[in-house]
Design a protein around this ligand. Structure first.
Ligand SMILES: [Zn+2]
Length: 94
């Protein structure tokens, strides 16, 4: 039996990203296991803007107080300090 649990910040982002990592689009959770066995090590919070950037902490309609996405360690590391849009395009276009 699974009992309902409160969605965490991680869960909400995961749902918004359709269960996939932001850049490489790999599933964060194994299929059919989304609410059962979180594998948080599969994804990390990747902050789109570096600290101190004007957009870093801007609030958007009260929904999301931070500008972070879920990405794997690899993408997070590969992007480094490159603008996320550029890195995203690179990944999407191969
Ligand atoms: Zn990735």
């Amino acid at each position: 039996m699974s009992k309902p649990r409160i969605l965490s910040r991680f869960d909400k982002k995961m749902i918004r990203q359709d269960g996939k990592r932001f850049y490489c689009r790999v599933d964060i959770y194994p299929a059919n296991n989304m609410l059962d066995k979180p594998q948080r090590s599969m994804a990390t919070f990747d902050h789109l803007f570096p600290k101190g950037h004007p957009l870093a902490n801007r609030k958007t309609s009260g929904q999301e107080r931070d500008k972070a996405v879920l990405a794997c360690f690899g993408c997070n590391k590969d992007r480094g300090s490159a603008p996320w849009e550029e890195f995203y395009k690179l990944k999407v276009n191969g």
